[in-house]
Every structure is written in C-alpha cells, then in structure tokens.
Design a protein around this ligand. Sequence first.
Ligand code: SF4
Length: 420
Amino acid sequence: MNFERIREKLNILADAAKYDVSCSSSGSKRTNTNKGLGDSSGMGICHSYTEDGRCVSLLKILLTNHCIFDCAYCVTRRSNDIKRAAFKIQEVVDLTINFYRRNYIEGLFLSSGIFKNADYTMERLIAVAKKLRQEENFNGYIHLKSIPGASDELMYEAGLYADRLSVNIEIPTVSGLKLLAPDKKHEDFTKPMLKVKNELIRFKNERKIIKSTPKYAPAGQSTQMIVGATGETDKDIMYSATHFYKNFNMKRVYYSGYVPVADDSRLPSIGSQVPMLRENRLYQTDWLLRFYGFAVNEILNNDHPNLDVDVDPKLSWALRNMQHFPVDVNKADKRMLARIPGLGLKSVQKIVNARKFRKLNWDHLKKIGVALNRAKYFMICDSRNWESRDLDAEKIKGMILQHSAGKFRNQYSTQLSLFN
Ligand code: SF4
C-alpha cells in the first residue's frame, strides 16, 4: 500500500466531507507516533450518536470528490478547480479496519461525489459497507450517504449493511434547488427517502412476526438542509423540515449554515459570515416542534417569518403570546408547563412528580433546577405575586437580556481573574 498517496487522499476526501454536518467534527488530536497508517489528527474523525444515544467517533470521508454535477453551493462541484481524488473500495475498508483496530474510531461515515451516475456510485458505497460487514465481520457503526437518484434495489441493499442512511436535500425549497442545482430533481431525493421509509416499516412489521428478520438501517434515516445559501425564510425551512419528519419518518433533520465556497452571483459572496446563530435557532425550533408540542405556525408564520436572533424561539413565542401567562405551576398540565421559558422537559416532569406530594413554592422550584430568572415572568406558584404583573413583553425581554448579559460578564470576569 502506498501510504503517502493514501494519506494525501485522506486529506483531500476528509476535508471535502467536513461540510456535511450530520455528524460534527470533533477536531481529534490523536496522532500517529510509529510512522504507521492512521494519523487521525486534524480532519476525518467526527462524532455521531447511535440509536441508543451512545456517542461514537467516526471516520468521515468521501469515496470521491469527483462529481458529474455542478451544484453551485458545493465545493465538490464539477466546475470548481480543486484537487480531486478517489478511494478504491478496498482502501476505505482497510482504512476503517486499521483506524478501528487502533481505537481511533468506532465507525464510518461515508459519502461521495457522483461519478458516472447515481447507481454506479451507490453500488460502490454499498460495496464498502458489504465488505466491512461480511468479509471483515465489522460490527461498528456505518452511516452511508445515499446518492440522489439511486434506484430502489440499491436503497434496499444499503439498509441491510448501514446503521443509518441519509439523502441530503441540501436546498430547502424546490425553487431554490432549481436555481442552484439544475441537474437535480426534487424526486431524486424523495424517491430514495420513500423507499427507505417503506423498508423501515416493512422490516419492523416482519420482525414482530419473525424474530430472526435482519435489521434494516436501525438508526433510521436523516437529511441535511443548507441554511442561508438562498433566500428561504426560517418559516420555509421549518415547514420543509416538518414535511420530511412527517412523510419520510426522518430521525433527524440537520441544518448547516452555508459556508461561502463559490464566487457566484446567486450566492452570498465569499467572505460573508456563516449564519451560525441562525443555524442554532433552527435547531432550537426543531427541538420545540419534536418534543415540546409546538406547531410550526405558532413559532413561524406570515407575521413572523424569521426567528429572533436575540432571544431563543420559546422565549420569543412566550413574549408574543403573553395572554397565555402566568401559568400556575401547581395546576397547569404538562403541555403548558413545557411552554414556560426556563423550564426544560426534565424540570416539567420533576414538577409533575413533586406536586403530587405538596404545593410547590419558589424554593422547591429552585431546587428542581428551574431557571427562575426567566421563568418567574411567566408563572405563579403559592404566595408570591406574579413578577410580570406591571410589565409588558418588551420590558420583560429587556430584563431577561440584561440578566443574561450580566451573567456572561460575570463569567467572563471570573475567567479573567483566574489568569490574573
Ligand atoms: S451532486 Fe453532491 S457532490 Fe456533486 S456537486 Fe452536487 S452536492 Fe456536490
């Protein structure tokens, strides 16, 4: 094996894979000390979560960064003048096994540019997973990116070897996709997703009857959307995400702030900021929709098509809907408790359990871990008056922001004093 060439390919193809945020880069610093293969310092190792919530480190690479398509937002696009490389199937298998044996990784995250056509590329991705499972007896985690436009037969086969499958929708709206990736059709994404969804249901049902039915993509399927490449509002993005959760049984939708990689008048110019805070607000909204019982139109609608930057989406919703407050923590149902800013789901459950035995007061809530500095404006319990009785939403917002800024200042000055 030509180690130098493999190292060069690894540099190119791990770097090209970093734009996929389905698992975030860990920036692992473990280095090779005996001149062998498997230097994981820098890029290439990332973390992801398995079905049971375990955090695993993965080798995250592309099979190739050659691509026949020319998606304007992608660094791998055909017209981009970059160094290209391609791994052979056996090289990816060997890298995975070698890294695994050295304890650098627990699994593989494999994506690819498209060479020749979707099926040809997908076949090669599957061949890597199949070899790992059948020839190397590899039981680690495998996340395969599915190639848009891949056939049903290949999507079926991929799920037999991979733990997770994903097709990245990339651009949240059909019009945005047409503008930036004219080679791709919306159905190229939805068809493989639908096949995976149907197989997940079929295998699950069969397992109920025949226990020995093999598992099909046990960690489910996910997708990723690029945020800020085109002019979509947060409302467009979250409606699109909800559509995918609902109709394709997505386990996760990931949001990736657009990193300007192209000098193209259709896109934000090179050097413009990656919308990290927007990305974070979208994740918070996603969480509220999936676990806190919010509907998209409560948080985002025509009057409010974009998320606030200065406050999180739950606080923002509460400030716009003061008619629902104050909530009585000793009487309200779980759904309403979960809507109080400063109360997480764990605190809600603790409140529900604790109030079976006694009427809760502010000290109890403090012990439970409620963030009272913001929650106090939206709730009442036993004796104390409602903190917001004489305040309007703007004033409450100002006081919460002032408190957060003070907290940040205190933390910052404590940190500084440690160095003085
Ligand atoms: S098909 Fe995928 S890899 Fe190829 S240019 Fe488009 S986004 Fe990039």
